[in-house]
Structures are given as C-alpha cells and as structure tokens.
Design a protein around this ligand. Structure first.
Ligand SMILES: O=P(O)(O)OC[C@@H](O)[C@H]1O[C@@H](OP(=O)(O)O)[C@@H](O)[C@@H](O)[C@@H]1O
Ligand SMILES: [Mg+2]
Ligand SMILES: [Zn+2]
Length: 199
C-alpha cells in the first residue's frame, strides 16, 4: 500500500526514486513520442516500478515534453499516455505517486525544463517531502542527471534510450552510477534495502 500524503512528509529522501520517462520507462524516438500508439513501455521497467513500490520506495516521474510546445501532440494525448502508464503499473501492484512534466519549449524560459530542477521541486512539494537530498534520479540524458544533482539527488544513468549516447559523450557523469536499464538499478536498490533491514 503506498504511503499516504501525510506519511510522505516523513518520507526519507533515500526512499524516493524520480524517473525520467522517455528512454527509461518507455522507448524514446528522435521524432518524439507523439501518440498513445507510439508510447511503448519497456516491460521490465513497469515491473521494476512495481518491485520498488513493494520494497517501500515512492516513485515519481519528471519528464520534458517539449513536443507539446512544438505542436506535435496535445496535453490530452500526454495524459492518455500517463493513464496507460499508471494502469500498467497498478496492474502489477505498483504505484506512481506523481508525474511532473514540462510542456514548454527550449526558448520559453520556464523553470521546469530539465536540466533545471523545477520538475523535481514540484514533486517535492506535491509529495510534501522535506528534502530531496539523497533521493534517486534515474535518467538517460545528461540533463536528467544535472537536474537531479542540482537538488542533491543520487544520480543514475541507464543505457536504454539515449543512455548509450550520453555515456559515449562522457560529459558530467562523474557522480553518476551506470546501469544497463531501470530493472538492473531497481534490483541493486532493493538488495541495498534488504541489506539495510536484514538482521
Ligand atoms: O526523456 P524525457 O525528459 O522523459 O522526454 C524527452 C522527450 O520529451 C523528447 O525530448 C526531446 O528533446 P528536446 O525537448 O527537443 O530538447 C528529444 O530528445 C526527443 O527525442 C525526446 O522524445
Ligand atoms: Mg529521457
Ligand atoms: Zn517548463
């Protein structure tokens, strides 16, 4: 059972996992994910979110969606994708506590487009979490990691989506833990949890 919102106020940051969406939860495309049909989840990522939920972690999503500003799709289409994501996760007894998205374009001057940390601060406020220091930010792009580091997250690069390209550029990855995919990171994190709580 996911913690209630007042319980989250005492949620230790190490129990919060913030996920980038495209390239981490679902396949990404250089042509953007413009429709529900183009939104194709990694099955192992859906199961990983459920496994983390059952291990007591709170899961949130922070995603740039400039395709809206660019006119490629609308917010109703984006909400349909997130309804599908939530349904798949809940069907495996997982839970996503909040999905924060930036609908703006690179020239709109917003404060929520990664690498700025605005989406992560929105998650912190929405979930009434005292501090993001020590929480986890998992992404496939440098801007995901930069947003996480800006608010004290432990940052994780996965090799899915644009992850291999990000790794090959090898810029700004000094603090990043590298994993093949979200499932591999979830396995590691749940084992850490077991070690912390085992007698
Ligand atoms: O990885 P997240 O943040 O969940 O979402 C990324 C997407 O919004 C799109 O972001 C775009 O970047 P620009 O917004 O055009 O710089 C491109 O990288 C697209 O390939 C990608 O699908
Ligand atoms: Mg991404
Ligand atoms: Zn924005």
């Amino acid at each position: 059972m996911p913690p209630t919102s007042n319980a989250l106020a005492t949620l230790p940051a190490r129990k919060l996992v913030i996920l980038d969406r495209d390239g981490v939860i679902n396949h990404d495309s250089d042509a953007y994910i413009k429709s529900l049909d183009e939104w194709i989840p990694y099955p192992s990522a859906i199961s990983a979110i459920a496994r983390l939920t059952q291990a007591g972690f709170t899961i949130a999503v922070a995603t740039n969606q400039s395709g809206i500003a660019r006119g490629y799709y609308d917010e109703a289409t984006l909400h349909a994708m997130h309804h599908r994501l939530n349904a798949l996760v809940e069907a495996e007894n997982g839970h996503i506590a909040h999905i924060a998205y930036c609908p703006h374009g690179p020239d709109d001057g917003c404060d929520c487009r990664k690498p700025l940390p605005g989406l992560l601060l929105q998650i912190q406020q929405q979930l009434s979490i005292a501090s993001l220091e020590g929480s986890w930010m998992v992404g496939d792009s440098l801007r995901d990691l930069q947003a996480g580091e800006a608010v004290g997250c432990n940052v994780v690069l996965v090799k899915t989506g644009k992850g291999e390209k990000t790794l090959a550029r090898n810029i700004g990855l000094e603090k990043a833990a590298i994993y093949p995919d979200l499932a591999a990171f979830a396995d590691w994190l749940c084992r850490q949890q077991d070690d912390l709580t085992s007698p």
